[in-house]
Structure formats: structure tokens, C-alpha cells
Write a protein that binds this ligand. Structure first.
Ligand SMILES: [Zn+2]
Length: 152
């Protein structure tokens, strides 16, 4: 059961990335139609106005920044989603403090409103990139199973 839920979580991410790729591909096609690459792209012919190339290069740069931004947003959105039901995690609770880092590094806890689990995100990133810590609420499932058992 847990396995299928996780599969759905990642399938959702892939679906969003595919949709973004489609949008970017369409934008790229539109750009190519509106503004075909100048013959002088990537090299400069003597006497030709350099400005066209510059505009084209600038537009391509903007396009790639746009693409990178979309992918970044998708990944960020995915980080703050419940691993079980894909709903956005809610109710950020700050724990620890900046002044007493030794006693508890500042963290933000997000929970799924449907009690599937808790996500702990470190506010302090000392040792490079720290992945957020997802803890599924095993207890609720155990309780449910226990309830099922007693019914039988
Ligand atoms: Zn959930």
C-alpha cells in the first residue's frame, strides 16, 4: 500500500515535468516561428549588424531561464506535498531557535491535514544541501489496522 502511494507521488512529479516540457516545447516552436535564428548566430559576419544576434541570444537566454524557473518551481512544490495524498502540507511550525543552535537547530515542521505525516525542513543548511525529512504517521495506520483486527 505504501509502495503504491510513493509511486503515485513520483508519477505526479513526472507528469508535471512532462507538462512543463510540453509548454516549453510549444513556446520554443512559437519563438522559432516569430523569430527564426539569424544566419549569423554563433558566428559574426563582417559588416553584418551584430544587434540581431544579440537580441536572439538574449531571447534564448530568457527562454532557458524561464525553463529552469519552471522546473525549480515544480520541484519546490513537490517538496511540500504529502507523500501519501499529494495535498499541500500545511501549518508550518517553527522549532528550535537561532540563538540556541546547539540545543536544537531551527526547523520548520509541516503536517498533512489528513494526518499522513510530518515534514521537517532544516532552516540552517550547514553541511550543504539537506533533504527535508519526511516521517509518515505510522501510528495512525497502526491504529487503523489494530481497529480492523479487533473487529474480526
Ligand atoms: Zn496526506
Amino acid at each position: 500500500m505504501c509502495h503504491t502511494r510513493l509511486m503515485r507521488y513520483w508519477a505526479y512529479l513526472v507528469a508535471k515535468l512532462v507538462a512543463a516540457a510540453g509548454i516549453l516545447w510549444g513556446t520554443r516552436r512559437l519563438m522559432a516561428a516569430v523569430m527564426p535564428p539569424p544566419e549569423t548566430f554563433m558566428y559574426m559576419r563582417v559588416g553584418d549588424p551584430f544587434v540581431t544576434d544579440l537580441t536572439y541570444t538574449f531571447c534564448m537566454l530568457l527562454f532557458w531561464l524561464f525553463g529552469a524557473g519552471i522546473v525549480w518551481l515544480i520541484v519546490l512544490d513537490q517538496r511540500y506535498r504529502c507523500r501519501a495524498c499529494l495535498r499541500r502540507l500545511r501549518m508550518p511550525v517553527h522549532t528550535g531557535s537561532w540563538t540556541h543552535v546547539l540545543f536544537g537547530a531551527p526547523q520548520t515542521e509541516y503536517i498533512c491535514l489528513y494526518g499522513h505525516g510530518t515534514l521537517k525542513v532544516d532552516e540552517l543548511q550547514i553541511s550543504g544541501h539537506q533533504n527535508p525529512d519526511w516521517k509518515a504517521n505510522e501510528d495512525i495506520w497502526k491504529e487503523l489496522y489494530a481497529l480492523e483486527e479487533t473487529k474480526r
